[in-house]
Design a protein around this ligand. Structure first.
Ligand code: SF4
Length: 64
């Protein structure tokens, strides 16, 4: 699985960080979320839940 954030779309709402804090972190300086550890999920499906709840569909998950 490959996960990345389209920074052009991200509005910095922080939802992904709340849902999956081991993988996503909001960079307050630039107002965008970043991937801090692509394999840091604490439970199965939290990355997918973060992607589904992103209001601008900025989180892309590619299954390999
Ligand atoms: S949920 Fe989407 S818009 Fe909100 S911070 Fe995360 S990537 Fe950005």
């Amino acid at each position: 699985m490959r996960i990345w954030i389209d920074e052009d779309k991200c509005i910095g709402c922080g939802s992904c960080q709340e849902i999956c804090p081991a993988v996503f972190a909001l960079d307050e300086e630039i107002g965008k979320s970043r991937i801090i550890d692509p394999f840091g999920c604490e439970y199965a499906g939290c990355c997918e839940a973060a992607a589904e709840n992103c209001p601008v569909e900025a989180i892309v998950i590619e299954e390999e």
